[in-house]
Design a binder for this molecule. Structure first.
Ligand code: SF4
Length: 874
């Protein structure tokens, strides 16, 4: 390297690793300064050489970056009249771009495309000719076409190619031309270490990751200077699973305590994700969207909650304002209004930031070139103080990459022409979704990486996962747009079973020679399916006991065993309900107490509430209120079944419609168009479902509606309960039918038979009205496709949905059920009055729709409650 040799690698990561290693070696040799040699990846080399070559008389073409090129492909495909209207072009753009690269990598002439292949290949041939013409017409060059245009005479420094498993014909041609021009080029073979190689069997992929992480941790524990690699095929797809397994070993306190994982320096996961998934980038896109589109309550809340906007000092006031806004009903909130509210809520800095951003936005033109939008977006983010606080290394790199992306947007003037702000933003959004980004982490000794990216790297120890027969050798992968005969003829790697097998064998040989100690692990099961070891492992000795050894020696186990003893104290009581305490909740006191005493106490006595969510459409409370008021209005007008029977079906529909209109009108008043539309949908749904119930009512024996939405007070177990009964019908023998309207799906009459009745409203109403006078208890279920009565009757009166025996209850006796209700309900009421606030006796059912898990910490308490018995997992 002393003579200025430029090192070329297949990917950026290896270039970075070699640069680092070179620096460490120089420092270890006692040098304080040294010339910096060049390490570049192949794509960077081509771009650099082409750009520099222009200054030495090379072709005067401008560089077309990958993102710009993607847009051009997308546009060409969208404009193709043959595919227009038939398929979505979004996924096709990147596919065509990849095939175009392949075409040039393997030096396949464009003309060859037209000869063979089906309609996909014909389409690709058309697009490729148009793309080539577009490049010519706009004096542009891209990565695929640039290598052939570089003049070797303009190159003076020697080259070495490192880490290439194999060279493509384009790379071989490039090297030959360089050599012919007298440039020294060396293709360096990977040093082959004499590794000790073992194979290990693990139960499944999760066990593999766990064993590999423990092995790596033990190795680095012994000698912190060791460099260790864990190689996982398809790492991007199993990224989350791998991260969990490695966090459990390298960040034991975070994973065992259930807390957030801090930034890890213990290991590095070399799996790039779309840049858009980085919270900071999502924050920038959200912020810009708030100024490009009409803002609503959700947008306002997101800006207030965003940690990357504004200073920390106002975080608490902003959170309070966000909560206040969340509690409002659906409405639009402009940035101007938000600015004023922020000022009034003690957030002067945030308000000032919004003020400057609005001033910036006010001078935006209707249409402008992407470069102008890139400048405007960047200024607006600056006004909003986006990402200006203290950033850690990952955040810093993320911000820089996003700013680069903005600059790339700015370079798309001749690709896109003048556009509106919203299109500029959606292009930026798409770019951030397409760019794979991974922050550089140089402190970690353990690198988790995929087999392709680690080509050319050297380690002290390596563990390769997933060596099962279906993956090694890998199956053939055929490019979908290039004609298959062409792929075979030009020997595109991996396109036939033989070449895929050859590549797998070569990759495994390379991996086995890249470290002093190599473990090859095989998962034995995937789900319940048994897997076979790869045939490539023949002759590799097995190592059976090691997994156990790493397990017990792992640092997280030591840490966990050395934890301080926790003193556990369970306090399941609130103070008893006193006479002075305001009684809240009515029948829901017993409903909540029955399924979870803690929830009843926390919600009704301590006032615990869920943070307001972001309801999509009409929220459940509004729906419930609307239903009950409509039913009350309808039956106050109808009064009895005789009137109902006298109406034609059209008249019934019209009566229901009028009742709905009367109640929905105030909700429509001042509502934004989207909500108005949703209310219309709700009205037509309610009309349809209520008609089902009304038609069923019309087929019943005669009855009169005695009361709707009637209030009753009932003393039970020391509580004064305020009840509100939806509907009471008087039957022809003067007995009563008590009806409760429900919109949810969870209505079962068997819920009334349990020791702790699950839906105790109707049993309560029966006793409040006098049990001897009630002949029917029923839910009126309002649910798409299943609306109607569902209940029990003292005797059979021929009413659909009203049974005399609940399902699977042969020995059922109505009077016994009604008699049992009182003591059961009284016991539950007494529990509540005494302050009993235990956690749910049956968490699997009770916790499913409960928002208080963060308060009651049921998940921490589950082992003690025997979570394994409830048949659920986490
Ligand atoms: S999450 Fe479960 S245990 Fe906790 S309050 Fe809710 S229902 Fe009760």
């Amino acid at each position: 390297m002393a003579n200025g040799t430029l090192t070329v690698t297949p990917a950026r990561r290896l270039a970075r690793q070699l640069r680092l290693r070179h620096g460490l070696e120089q420092a270890a040799a006692g040098r304080r300064v040294w010339p910096t040699p060049g390490f570049v990846s192949w794509p960077t080399l081509i771009e650099q050489l082409f750009t520099e070559g222009r200054h030495f008389g090379g072709p005067a073409l401008r560089w077309l970056g990958a993102n710009e090129s993607g847009l051009v492909w997308e546009r060409i495909i969208r404009d193709d009249p043959v595919v227009a209207g038939l398929i979505g072009v979004r996924g096709l753009g990147p596919l065509a771009q990849r095939s175009w690269r392949l075409l040039h990598d393997y030096a396949i002439p464009l003309e060859a495309l037209s000869d063979e292949g089906g309609p996909e290949s014909e389409a690709f041939a058309r697009w490729s000719h148009r793309f080539a013409r577009w490049l010519r017409d706009h004096d542009r060059v891209d990565l695929a076409t640039a290598a052939g245009l570089i003049d070797p005479q303009s190159i003076t420094s020697p080259f070495q190619f490192v880490g290439f498993d194999s060279l493509t014909p384009q790379q071989e041609g490039f090297i030959s031309r360089l050599r012919a021009a007298g440039v020294a080029v060396e293709v360096v073979a990977q040093p082959r270490r004499q590794a000790s190689i073992h194979r290990v069997q693990c139960r499944d992929a999760a066990a593999e990751y766990d064993a590999a992480a423990r092995w790596a941790a033990a190795l680095v524990d012994e000698d912190p200077d060791r460099q260790v690699a864990i190689v996982i095929p398809d790492l991007n797809h199993v990224r989350a699973q791998v991260r969990r397994a490695f966090d459990a070993v390298f960040l034991p306190l975070a994973s065992r305590g259930g807390g957030p994982a801090p930034e890890s320096y213990g290991y590095e996961l070399a799996a790039a994700r779309p840049l858009l998934e980085a919270p900071m980038v999502a924050s920038a896109c959200d912020c810009l969207a708030a100024f490009c589109h009409p803002a609503d309550r959700d947008t306002a809340q997101r800006l207030l909650d965003d940690v990357y906007l504004g200073a920390d000092a106002e975080a608490s006031q902003r959170a309070t304002l966000s909560l206040t806004i969340a509690r409002r009903s659906l409405s639009l909130i402009t940035m101007r209004v938000l600015e004023q509210e922020a000022r009034g809520a003690g957030c002067p800095d945030f308000s000032a930031a919004l003020c400057s951003a609005l001033a910036e936005q006010s001078i935006w033109p209707e249409r402008a070139a992407p470069s102008a939008w890139a400048r405007s977006f960047s200024l607006l983010l600056k006004h909003m103080h986006w990402a200006q606080g203290r950033l850690d290394s990952t955040e810093y790199q993320t911000r820089e990459r996003f700013l680069e992306l903005l600059a790339e947007l700015g370079g798309m003037d001749d690709v896109m022409g003048p556009i509106q702000a919203s299109l500029a933003l959606s292009t930026l959004h798409d770019l951030a979704g397409n760019v794979q980004f991974e922050a550089e982490e140089i402190r970690a000794r353990v690198l988790v990486i995929d087999p392709e990216t680690c080509a050319g790297m050297q380690f002290d120890g390596m563990w390769v996962c997933g060596l099962e027969a279906t993956r090694w050798p890998a199956p053939a992968v055929v490019d979908p747009l290039l004609p298959l005969p062409l792929q075979t003829r030009y020997q595109i790697e991996g396109s036939t079973a033989e070449s895929a097998a050859r590549r797998s064998r070569r990759t495994l040989q390379r991996l086995c020679a890249a470290a002093d100690e190599v473990f090859l692990s095989i998962p034995l099961f995937e789900g319940d399916a048994q897997l076979l070891p790869s045939a490539l492992l023949q002759g590799v000795p097995e190592c059976a006991e090691l997994e156990q050894q790493w397990h017990s020696d792992a640092p997280d186990v030591h840490l966990f065993n050395a934890r301080p003893t926790l003193i556990q104290r369970t306090d399941r009581w609130l103070p008893p309900v006193s006479g002075k305490e305001r009684q809240r909740g009515g029948a829901s006191v017993l409903e909540l107490q029955s399924s979870c005493p803690f929830r009843a106490g926390a919600e009704l006595r301590l006032g615990a509430r869920a943070l307001p969510g972001r309801p999509r459409g009409i929220d459940a409370l509004t729906r419930g209120k609307l239903l009950h008021s409509v039913v009350a209005d309808l039956w106050q007008r109808l009064r009895d079944s005789r009137t109902l029977v006298a109406l034609t079906e059209d008249e019934r529909i019209s009566w229901i419609g009028e009742a709905i209109e009367g109640r929905i009108l105030p909700l429509r008043d001042g509502a934004p168009p989207v909500l108005q539309h949703l209310l219309n949908l709700e009205a037509s749904w309610l009309r349809r479902e209520l008609l089902q119930i009304v038609q069923q009512d019309a087929r019943r024996p005669p009855f009169a509606v005695a009361d709707v939405e009637v209030s009753k007070t009932m003393s039970l177990g020391g509580l004064e309960l305020e009840l509100r009964i939806d509907r009471i019908d008087r039957l022809d023998d003067d007995m009563l039918a008590v009806i409760d309207y429900k919109t949810g799906s969870e209505v079962r009459v068997t819920a009334w038979l349990q020791e702790r009745p699950k839906l105790p409203q109707l049993p309560l109403y029966v006793h409040a009205l006098g049990a001897s006078g009630v002949a029917i208890v029923a839910f009126a279920r309002v649910r798409s496709g299943a609306s109607g009565l569902l209940g029990l009757g003292r005797e059979d009166r021929g009413i659909a949905g009203i049974a005399t025996t609940p399902p699977r209850q042969r020995d059922f006796v109505w009077s016994e059920m009604v008699e049992q209700w009182y003591p059961r309900l009284e016991t539950i009421a007494m529990e509540y009055a005494a302050g009993d606030a235990r956690l749910a006796p049956e968490p699997a059912q009770a916790c499913r729709y409960c928002h208080l898990a963060g308060l009651c910490r049921i998940n921490e308490a589950r082992p003690a409650l025997g979570a394994e018995e409830d048949g659920t997992d986490d």
